[in-house]
Write a protein that binds this ligand. Structure first.
Ligand code: IMP
Length: 429
């Protein structure tokens, strides 16, 4: 059976956590294929909130194998804390349920220090990163100086690589960024402690996920961030440092492209963005504030308020085309109750002309004017709907129009944070 893939179609925070948690009920293995603890999933199960930053949302289903794939960057300190927090709540009862790729790269404290210092120095031009060291860790990976999970277990090699990197990063931190140097001895000792904590979970996840596929098991590949934060296809340079499109799932998990089956795109019923960068449908008025309040639009990782705006079908259509999305999971529809009318962005204009594609530069994005189509809103609460027919007619018309504009059928609708506040319209495996 081919693997199913879940990706974000906007600027992140589409509610992937809830959707992956739901889909994981039917999966045997869930693999995250890129990113690190810049991601944050908030899940509500039986009224209890859990925030996950690294471990796939499948972990809330006992017995699912959750893998952190080779394409990820992993902060060992954060991973150890996440394991402890899950264990304290009765999850992850068996070590074998968590597998950490030996090929994944480590995020170390100097990556975080560099991320913070650079953002500070950028001043008004800052990206608004999550400050988790993501970019600097991927830079080391691509520069071929990074340290991988497997390296922790090669005593001499690890010491040598860490010494070299700390020397180099300290030089950069002190001379160019005006920061204090880090202590090698302290970091080395901490890494040895993390190594022992992580030892039971470290595995050749590529071999394991391929064996699972060969055995006909159901594999879900979980993306983080989203298409418009993809380093190649997003609003560069206001993006993250990895590929978030479905094409990256094969490389990031270590499976052949032919092993990918259904591609699920998650879209919020409106748009949000956290951090800086272009956002044509942003609402900077009271309506934007209302969406933020009603949708609890504050970053799960950093607590930052998210920027809110109207649904942008240009963006979602772009994501559908890039990833070959087979079905859309539309989330947070309930938040729009009482917002009437509902403008939806159907095209971009710049200098009085319709754009055929997306701008390639920040300046180009600055010239974009959204073209809106206005749909009627609804006033009834949606939290109790479990079928399309139970939605008010205008809510139905809204979601059907969004799917039409995006160019992909609806697979799932979320009408509340709880697992059961969901309308299922199709299968994922
Ligand atoms: P970084 O990934 O920490 O380098 O941040 C780069 C940009 O991506 C910033 O605008 C962040 O706010 C954004 N970002 C990174 N991860 C997420 C996420 O999981 N959800 C939403 N935005 C994110």
């Amino acid at each position: 059976m081919p693997a199913s893939v879940v990706i974000g179609t906007q600027w992140g925070d589409e509610g992937k956590g809830k959707v992956v948690d739901l889909l994981a009920a039917d999966a045997d293995v869930v693999v995250r294929f890129h990113g690190g603890n810049n991601a944050g999933h908030t899940l509500v199960v039986d009224g209890e909130k859990t925030v996950l930053n690294l471990i796939p949302a499948g972990v809330l289903h006992p017995g699912r194998i959750c893998m952190l794939g080779p394409g990820m960057v992993i902060d060992p300190e954060v991973l150890v804390a996440e394991i402890d927090a899950l264990r304290a709540r009765g999850y992850l009862a068996d070590d074998r349920w968590l597998r950490v790729s030996e090929q994944a790269h480590l995020i170390l404290p100097y990556h975080r220090a560099i991320d913070h210092a650079r953002e500070r120095l950028r001043g008004a031009g800052k990206i608004g990163t999550t400050g988790r060291g993501i970019g600097p860790a991927y830079e080391d990976k691509v520069a071929r100086t990074g340290i991988r999970v497997a390296d922790l277990f090669d005593d001499d090699g690890f010491r040598e690589a860490l010494e070299r990197n700390v020397r180099e990063k300290n030089g950069y931190l002190e001379a160019l960024l005006g920061e204090r140097p880090l202590s090698f001895a302290e970091l080395y000792a901490r890494c040895l402690a993390y190594r022992e904590r992580l030892r039971p979970f470290v595995a050749d996840t590529v071999r394991e996920v391929q064996a699972a596929l060969a055995a006909g098991r159901r594999v879900l590949l979980e993306g983080a961030q989203a298409t418009m934060l993809d380093v190649d296809h997003g609003t560069y340079p206001f993006v993250t440092s990895s590929n978030a499109v479905a094409g990256a799932a094969a490389a990031g998990a270590g499976v052949p492209p032919r092993a990918l089956g259904r591609i699920v795109g998650i879209a919020k019923a409106y748009t949000t963005r956290v951090g800086a960068g272009p956002f044509p449908t942003e609402l900077t008025d009271a309506l934007g504030e209302r969406l933020r309040a009603d949708g609890e639009e504050y970053g799960a990782t950093t607590g930052r308020p998210r920027r809110c705006g109207w649904f942008d079908a240009v963006v979602v259509r772009h994501a559908v085309a890039l990833s070959g999305v087979d079905g859309l999971a539309l989330t947070k529809l309930d938040v729009l109750t009482g917002v009437d009318p509902l403008p939806v962005c159907v095209a971009y204009e710049a200098d009085g002309r319709r754009l055929a594609g997306l701008p390639a530069t920040t300046r180009g994005w600055g010239r974009v004017r959204p073209v809106y189509e206005t749909l009627p809103g609804w006033h009834e609460p949606l939290g109790a709907a479990r079928t399309l027919a139970e939605l008010p007619a205008n809510a139905r018309r809204y979601v059907e129009r969004l799917a039409d504009l995006a160019g992909a059928p609806l697979l799932l609708l979320s009408v509340g944070a709880q697992r059961d506040q969901t309308i299922r319209l199709g299968a994922v495996f």
